[in-house]
Design a protein around this ligand. Sequence first.
Ligand code: B1M
Length: 234
Amino acid sequence: MSEEDDLDLNELDDEELVQQMHDDLYDGLKEEIEEAVNILLGRDWAPYRVLTEGLVEGMRIVGIDFRDGILFVPEVLLAANAMKAGMFILRPLLIATGAPRVGKMVIGTVKGDIHDIGKNLVGMMLEGAGFEVIDLGINNPVENYLAAIEEHQPDILGMSALLTTTMPYMKVVIDTLKEKGMRDDYIVLVGGAPLNEEFATAIGADAYCRDAAVAVETAKEFMARKHNQLSANA
Ligand code: B1M
């Protein structure tokens, strides 16, 4: 039995445990991640802190070694599965805030792109802030967004892209909304690691959201503006 197998996560202090989570995420160890999340929650860590310091930071490290060719797709998939298992535990805690309904959002990852961890996180955080979230999943062609908008009549359309090759597809969606005369009916928020504010402006989105917390703040801000406009026009 290796030294690793003997490791009792309960015996680690908070800092060591978070460090161990980064290692376990890197190694795609789902059960260890689940255990560590539960231990930190048991030590009264706020779910958002467990998420950001334990999981998101761990995935950032995975991303660096993926970029540098040290980790490959199969390993990163395992890391993603471990991260999702941790998020699954945190989800009900993040969304159970009892916040009043503040708006509705349709969100999905664009066509050609299967990354969904960031989008899922944004969805969770928005639900926690009182938004109703309709998640279209990954690899969405423009038709999916249009159908969801028609069916659910959201206030906000959110799009996620993690690849430089898929981010231009967001413009296809926005241009289609323009062609149909629907663009101004919705707040369009975009996000994903390769994007920035200039890109969001260039494609005609309302705002770029750097992370899930910014997405929540931005969504709330736009909803407040929308309500102010509606009451001014009443
Ligand atoms: Co991929 N991948 N990947 N990958 N992957 C990246 C994105 C990459 C940067 C890695 C690297 O080289 N460093 C690179 C893209 C390079 C580029 O385009 N410039 C890359 C590549 C190249 C690829 C493949 C092409 C690899 C291959 O096959 N050779 C392939 C493409 C598949 C496809 O989509 N067609 C691929 C595949 C995969 C896996 C399947 C193995 C896996 C995805 C599993 C999954 O999502 N279920 C994977 C992963 C995990 C990553 C990295 C390591 C991590 C992404 C992640 O989950 N981050 C990633 C490296 C990186 O991003 N640094 C990488 C954690 C997450 C919390 O952050 O997604 O940024 P993020 O989301 C944030 C914000 O961006 C923002 O808020 C979130 C929460 O704070 N946000 C939004 C995101 N969406 C938003 C939407 C909004 C608002 C905010 O709407 C309003």
